[in-house]
Design a protein around this ligand. Structure first.
Ligand SMILES: Nc1ncnc2c1ncn2[C@@H]1O[C@H](COP(=O)(O)OP(=O)(O)O)[C@@H](O)[C@H]1O
Ligand SMILES: NC(=O)OP(=O)(O)O
Length: 322
């Protein structure tokens, strides 16, 4: 049987739905993993990617405990690598447990993934990616003055530190990820959008940034020639007139239609907009490729063409079962 290959990008609620403790996040991941196992039961090969905004921000804050040459603070790229290892480790435990409960044996591996960015990317001069905890406006302004860090208001939920978020250009480990998934292993990769690196011509060098995980997942889906990119978040569908009485679910949408909605500012920057942009980019790479944006609960239904928002090059291609 030829197994279809799906890149699954997990939203923040799949990892942290309440407290930020290790115990609470591992519990949330166990619940996520029990749903992801249904993809394996239904014959899919999966590559799991995930966000790291809350986690990498907290790891960065924890560097404040550093006080000497013996205990130096680590830079943001290294904090990103730590977040990949931490969440990957939790996810490996959770997936193996969920597989065992179903009597399935499969290797689950995390690849520490480096993602090449352009040093000239204009994002370096304009930090936009929110990380870490939320603050009141007053607290945020005080920290900005003390630390020269940038903070911005995040979608009506409070103020957060923001860091540069350049576009992914290439994924260093994509070939090995591809081989592992072709061999039937479950691969966790491009966690937190990948560790941002620049190609110096004499090796890779980490840079202080956090890449958007939806854009990095899209790049990975392209490079491993995935059949679908599944972006899972807290809503079952993308909406037009979101949060208005006139709100309407989008089901099967062409790239051209989605671009029109972007022009109408239907999607919030920093939340739904990058997902929609990633969906368009993947669909544009080939006529058969589709991106589905939905919730974890509806993910399998969505692959059968029965739920979620599906974006493909032409609307006629969107509704079919994968
Ligand atoms: N037009 C829209 N349709 C659906 N959801 C939207 C829209 N605009 C903004 N959103 C919000 O975007 C959220 C997804 O973004 P976010 O929470 O940042 O993603 P993630 O799940 O990757 O952490 C949804 O849960 C929803 O609250
Ligand atoms: N890196 C990243 O996009 O993380 P979040 O999805 O948690 O913001």
């Amino acid at each position: 049987m030829v197994r279809k290959k799906v890149v699954i990008a997990l939203g923040g609620n799949a990892i942290q739905s309440g407290l930020a403790t290790a115990e609470a996040q591992q519990k949330a991941l166990e619940s996520t993993a029990s749903q992801l196992v249904t993809f394996i039961e239904n014959g899919f090969n999966i590559i799991i990617s995930h966000g790291n905004g809350p986690q990498v921000g907290n790891i960065l804050l924890q560097q404040k405990a550093a006080d000497s040459e013996k205990n130096p603070a680590m830079p943001l790229d290294t904090c990103g690598a730590m977040s990949q290892g931490m969440i990957g480790y939790w996810m490996q435990n959770a997936m193996e447990k969920a597989l065992r409960e179903k009597g399935i044996f499969k290797n689950v591996v995390t690849i520490v993934t480096r993602v090449v960015v352009d040093p000239q990317d204009t994002a370096f001069a304009n930090p936009t990616k929110p990380i870490g905890p939320f603050y009141s406006e007053e607290e945020a302004k005080r920290i900005m003055e003390e630390n020269h860090a940038s903070f911005k208001e995040d979608a009506g939920r409070g103020w957060r530190r923001v860091v540069p978020s350049p576009q992914p250009v290439n994924i260093v480990e994509h070939s090995v990820i591809s081989s592992l998934v072709e061999d039937g292993n479950i691969v966790i990769s491009v966690g937190g959008g990948g560790i941002p690196v620049i190609d110096t011509g004499d090796g890779f060098k980490g840079v202080e940034a956090v890449i958007d995980k939806d854009f990095a997942s899209e790049k990975l889906a392209e490079l491993v020639d995935a059949d679908a990119l599944l972006i899972l978040t807290a809503v079952d569908h993308v909406y037009v007139d979101f949060n208005k009485p006139s709100k309407r679910q989008l089901k099967e949408v062409s790239v051209a239609e989605m671009k029109q909605y972007i022009d109408e500012h239907q999607f919030a920057p920093g939340s739904m907009l990058p997902k929609v942009e990633a969906a368009i980019t993947f669909a544009e790479t080939a006529p058969g490729r589709k991106t589905i944006i939905t919730s974890l609960d509806q993910a399998l239904n969505a692959l059968e063409g029965k739920a979620g928002t599906t974006v493909s090059l032409h609307e006629s291609l969107a509704g079919n079962r994968l």
